[in-house]
Write a protein that binds this ligand. Structure first.
Ligand SMILES: [Zn+2]
Length: 242
């Protein structure tokens, strides 16, 4: 398995996921690593996480407002350039053509080199849980938008009228995968991930117990060459022009 990005130059990185907190939970340390290396990272989140609470005194709109505030703070701490929130209802994401068109618009507008999402094929990340359908469906709509729609002007031709010219990304990085082929050493950035996650206060319960869990959970038990890592399945497109 590769253990670095293999990038030679500056990258614009667009992270598209389902919920506020997904970027930090799935790959927060890698985001810190990339920003510290001088790359630019933007997020697009498909929902506002409006079902992310069991508090009977909160409305769905309250939950969404809290989660956007938390996500904005976490993104700011990591140095994320921008965060766009779509308003699909939490829990009900279906990767339809309307959603695909919106993703194509973002890809053609921000024109990233690197597109990051999660693996749409990962139903069972471990024997302990079922992957949230929004995560799989976000990964699905993003992958479908990347190829072939974003790079082909005959897809959603009305976007051309908005100035959204076709764009082909260089690589797709998928987090939450059971088929990783890149692992990043994020030992130096694990603290940044934890600090950003702690800003998602509505989601993590008791912060001290959370921190203890996070520090224990992903250690490699001294067996590997580094202590904390984040893993990805990576598609590096081979272009005919190369
Ligand atoms: Zn999520």
């Amino acid at each position: 398995m590769e253990n670095n990005e293999g990038w030679q130059d500056h990258k614009d990185i667009l992270v598209i996921l389902a919920h506020p907190d997904d970027p930090e939970f799935f790959l927060g340390a890698s985001i810190a690593r990339w920003i510290k290396a001088g790359h630019r990272v933007r997020y697009v989140l498909l929902t506002q996480g409006d079902k992310g609470s069991k508090d009977p005194d909160l409305s769905a709109a309250d939950v969404a407002r809290i989660r956007i505030e938390e996500q904005n703070a976490a993104g700011a701490m990591l140095g994320v350039t921008s965060i766009d929130y779509l308003d699909y209802e939490d829990g009900y994401l279906i990767p339809d053509l309307e959603m695909r068109k919106k993703i194509v618009r973002f890809i053609r507008t921000y024109r990233p080199h690197i597109l990051v999402t999660c693996d749409p094929g990962n139903l069972f990340p471990s024997q302990q849980y079922i992957n949230h359908p929004d995560h799989r469906n976000a990964g699905q709509v993003v992958v479908d938008a990347v190829f072939p729609a974003a790079g082909n002007r005959f897809f959603f031709p009305e976007l051309l009228d908005e100035g959204c010219e076709p764009h082909e990304v260089e690589e797709v990085w998928m987090s939450v995968t059971n088929q990783p082929d890149v692992r990043l050493d994020v030992t130096e950035h694990w603290g940044d991930k934890l600090n950003a996650l702690k800003l998602h206060a509505s989601q993590i319960g008791d912060p001290r117990a959370f921190e203890k869990r996070m520090l224990e959970r992903l250690e490699n038990g001294g067996k590997e060459d580094f202590k904390y890592e984040e893993q990805f399945r990576v598609i590096k497109f081979r272009r005919r022009t190369e």
